[in-house]
Design a protein. Structure first.
Length: 283
């Protein structure tokens, strides 16, 4: 099961708009280097190269090599593609986990640091194409200045980050993690033990720890504590007739002093201070 879900149709619409506005093609790949979405237009030059099976394979292999380099470095990689044009690959991380790659390309950089003007002739000879024809198509590809490229990449980066806000990329959680969270919610005021969770869901401790690490990005204890603190905040705001020690017990914190310490550590104030502030805001 893939860890993330992509709204392909909406993402492709946005990438297409980016291409129209910048003449730079953008493609989004998942963490396994499978294409998710792309601006729907190849330059005439790239389209001609990719018409040749060997040319397409060369482009795909070049993509994989530089995605791997981007993954290992954790940074954007600039390079000359198989066909001699400048491309970039930027790894996209969420909470420290690689989720996708953003690739931009099909242009010539103005300073000629990455693009290779002799590539059309080389490819023409290799694949039996008229050199002057392929060179003329190469010359039609956009010529992008370093300053303009930096601006476009900043916009593309902001665009990808907006995918989270708009819900175009979302976590794909397993049904098991959903059931475990529901179980914890239903038993939040009770004692919840690791052994009990393992027995309830037929998991070893290592499997349970791995599930929380991979799907919730936290430990079992911290996950439960955060839920209990969230419930405590709700009670402090709505059940003003109940004292704080009772709220601690209702939220599954039998140790009142531990509850106070944890609440202050996580929220920067005591439960009493939180309640007073909440009441002031309501007035």
């Amino acid at each position: 099961m893939k860890n993330y879900i992509f709204d392909k149709e909406k993402i492709e619409g946005l990438l297409s708009d980016f291409y129209v506005g910048t003449s730079i093609a953008v493609a989004l790949y998942d963490a396994e280097m499978n294409m998710v979405a792309t601006s729907p237009v190849y330059s005439e030059y790239c389209a001609r190269v990719r018409d040749i099976p060997e040319g397409r394979r060369g482009c795909d292999e070049c993509d994989r090599i530089h995605m791997q380099r981007a993954k290992e470095s954790g940074q954007a990689v600039f390079y000359a593609c198989h066909a001699g044009l400048t491309e970039t690959v930027t790894p996209i991380f969420y909470e420290g986990t690689l989720i996708a790659y953003m690739q931009t390309g099909q242009f010539r950089d103005a300073v000629g640091e990455f693009c290779q003007a002799d590539a059309p002739c080389r490819l023409a000879v290799e694949h039996g194409i008229e050199p002057s024809f392929l060179s003329s198509l190469y010359a039609k590809t956009p010529l992008i200045s370093e300053k303009k490229l930096a601006a476009h990449l900043n916009i593309a980066d902001a665009l990808v980050k907006s995918f989270w806000v708009e819900g175009l990329i979302s976590r794909n959680r397993s049904m098991l993690s959903v059931k475990i969270e529901q179980y914890i919610d239903e038993h939040l005021t009770e004692k919840i033990h690791i052994d009990g969770l393992c027995k309830e869901f037929y998991l070893s401790k290592n499997a349970l720890y791995a599930l929380f690490r991979d799907e919730f990005h936290t430990t079992v204890g911290d996950f439960i504590a955060e839920k209990r603190l969230h419930l405590a905040q709700h009670y402090l705001q709505t059940k003003t007739e109940i004292n704080i020690s009772q709220i601690a017990s209702l939220c599954g914190f039998p140790d009142y002093n531990y509850f106070i310490r944890l609440f202050k550590k996580r929220l920067g104030m005591t439960p009493l201070q939180f309640r007073k502030r909440s009441l002031l805001h309501r007035e």
